[in-house]
Structure formats: C-alpha cells, structure tokens
Design a protein. Structure first.
Length: 369
C-alpha cells in the first residue's frame, strides 16, 4: 500500500487518515466583509467529502487592512464566527482535519481594496507601502494570535501561519524587504522574531492540543535558499510546530541559486532534521505519479492545489487506482462548476490558463453571475 494512504499522527491534534492535504487556494468567493459565502463553504466541504485528510481554508486575513484580494475570507472579527463554526463542523464531520490559514498581505494589499496605503516592515516605494511602527508590529503579532484563538473558538483543529509568497510574514523574513533597525530587523534571528513571537503567543493562548503549522517559501520573494533551510530546520526542531508546509512552486526542480544546484528543492528540504514536526511540500504535484514520487522522497505528507481543483476527490480516486488519469487543462467552465467552483472562482482560474474558450466577454459575464 502506498505511504500516501497510511495514517499520520502529530504531536498535537487528531490523526490524519491519509497523507493528502488541501492547499490554501485563493478563490475570491467570500463576501467583501470577510464573512464566508455559500460558495466558499461548498468548495471546501466538497474537498473534505472527497477524502482529503486535512482541509485548509484559503488565506484568511487577520486585519481588515491585510486583505490581499477581493472576496477574501476573514478571521479578524467575531462577525466571522458563525460561518467559521459551520465550516469547521462540516469539515470535521467528514473525518478531515480542519485548519485555517492566517494571513496578512502587507505591502501586497491593494490600496483600492483596503482604502489606505498598505503596510510593510520598511517603506517600499514599489508598492507605495509605509513602514510599520514598532507598536504596530506588536499589534500585528497580537492580531495573528487573536485569529488563532478565534479559529479555535469556531471549532477548527488548528491554524497555519502564511509566511510565504511575499506576504507580510515573508516580508519580515526577507533581508531585501525588511530594512528595520529595531528588534524586528537585522540578522535572520531578528527578522524571524515576529514569526516566533506569534508562534509562542498561539502556544500560550490556545489549548495544548491545538495544531499549529507554518508555510514558508524556499526562494523568490526576497528569500534565499540557505536562510530558508536554516529557518525551516530551526522551526521543526523547536517542537512548537506540528507541521511545516514548504511551498516550492515546483518541488522537482533545482534551486535558482547556482551554489545549491545538483539537488531538487524537494531533496534539499527532505534531508533536513525535523524532530517530531511533520514536513510536507506543495508545488507542481499534479498527477498520481507526481504524488507518489513526492512522498517517496521521505517527506511526511503532500499538499495539492491545482490537482484538487480538477479532482475534488483526488484521494478517493488515488485509493481506487494510483495510476488514474487526471484532466488536462484547459477544461470547460462547466467541468469546473461540477467540481465545486463558483463563477468568481472560475473567472479567477482563467488567469492561470485553466478554462478553455475563455474570453473577456465570458469573464465579465461570470464576474456578474
């Protein structure tokens, strides 16, 4: 039997019934005030029903000014609790671990969306972003912690901190973006201070069985591979996390930096010491063969994004036939609708070449649907 179909335990939280996690996918389906929509609920619970061992929400912003895209689900207000509670209950009823991804877009928050200049570790002319004061950094820290507390109150099994893809925690980790001269800037230890303070705060304020993970980028976004590996190993050996989620974009490719070539990104991270922390990866795992190849590298679990869009029941299909055939993109809008994508989500995916015969006229029609 494939390792992907075996159970996985964590230091905290429930056992995962298999090694398939649903990636936290931008989908623009919720309401502009951050409350969850029926479309978001349907999309996520369909994946839980489809056999994913862990179902993670899209990036959910912990401050109104941290909104990164239209229709983003929020976790910054008690007004969000009703929807979150309903979602957690339904995911858990299908024996899928429920996780909220906590997010703040930082300098990547569009001004037209948040109504003010975005914030950043340091002033950034490219994004017209202003530097956070030290007191504001501490408020940001506390709001991440509050998002975790709110998620637990709603009944979720845990949270993941989005520290990747150039969003605010990633911005603090980058020596290109973070030019601060207070305790939150400087060497890697100081640039990671905010992330570590959030981790400590969640461990202090949430129950002892509440799960906690972190997502990191391996490269790009002002991140270099050497520091990413150092931080990843430090976090895994700290015994404060239950899982580390490495977003590699393409886990089978070699790194961009010349000095690290000769191994794939997957190999670079699978070789790290991890203690009791469970390590998984995301990035270009699109077929059953990709899934098998990734798990055989020695990691603990895999995360599916595009593959989960195309097959809501990928884990169940894999269980029946580890060589099943996956659809080739582009696919029809009707196909995606049957897989649980709303018109807004289909419109968003058209930007990634997912939808056949998709033109501007159709795009506008779907946006209004």
């Amino acid at each position: 039997m494939s390792k992907l179909l075996t159970t996985l335990d964590f230091t905290r939280g429930p056992e995962m019934k298999n090694r398939f996690m649903l990636a936290p996918l931008t989908n623009s389906q919720s309401h502009e005030d951050g409350t969850m929509s029926e479309e978001e609920f349907h999309w996520l619970t369909m994946r839980a029903k489809g056999g994913f061992g862990l179902t993670m929400t899209c990036a959910s912003h912990i401050q109104a000014v941290g909104k990164g895209f239209p229709g983003q689900m929020g976790v910054f207000s008690d007004d969000h609790l009703d929807g979150l509670t309903r979602l957690a209950k339904e995911i858990n009823e299908h024996n899928s671990i429920s996780i909220v991804q906590l997010h703040h877009a930082g300098m990547r928050s569009p001004k037209e969306l948040i109504g003010e200049d975005p914030v950043c570790p340091s002033d950034n002319k490219e994004f017209s972003a202003r530097e956070l004061t030290t007191d504001e950094v501490k408020v940001l820290r506390d709001d991440f912690i509050a998002g975790a507390v709110r998620s637990e109150k709603a009944g979720f099994d845990g949270v993941e901190l989005h520290g990747a893809h150039g969003y605010i925690l990633c911005q603090f980790l980058s020596d290109e973006v973070n030019l601060r001269d207070d305790e939150y800037g400087g060497d890697l230890q100081d640039r990671a201070r905010l992330l570590n303070e959030i981790i400590d705060g969640i461990r202090s304020e949430c129950s002892k069985d509440f799960m906690l993970g972190v997502r990191l980028s391996s490269e790009r976004f002002g991140i270099n591979l050497g520091e990413s590996k150092e931080l990843a190993e430090d976090l895994m050996l700290s015994n404060k996390l239950d899982f580390l989620d490495m977003s590699l974009w393409d886990c089978f490719k070699e790194p961009q930096e010349e000095q690290y070539k000769g191994k794939t990104l997957l190999q670079h991270f699978s070789e790290l010491e991890r203690g009791n922390t469970r390590l998984g990866v995301a990035g270009n795992i699109r077929t059953p063969e990709d899934a098998s190849r990734a798990i055989e590298s020695g990691i603990d679990w895999i995360m599916l994004g595009r593959a989960a869009i195309l097959n809501h029941n990928f884990p169940k299909l894999y269980t029946k036939n580890p060589q099943f055939e996956t659809p080739v993109i582009p696919v029809s809008a009707d196909y995606l609708a049957k897989e649980g994508l709303s018109p807004k989500f289909i419109s968003y995916m058209s930007n990634w070449g997912f939808v056949e015969g998709y033109d501007d006229k159709m795009k506008e029609a779907l946006k209004k649907a």
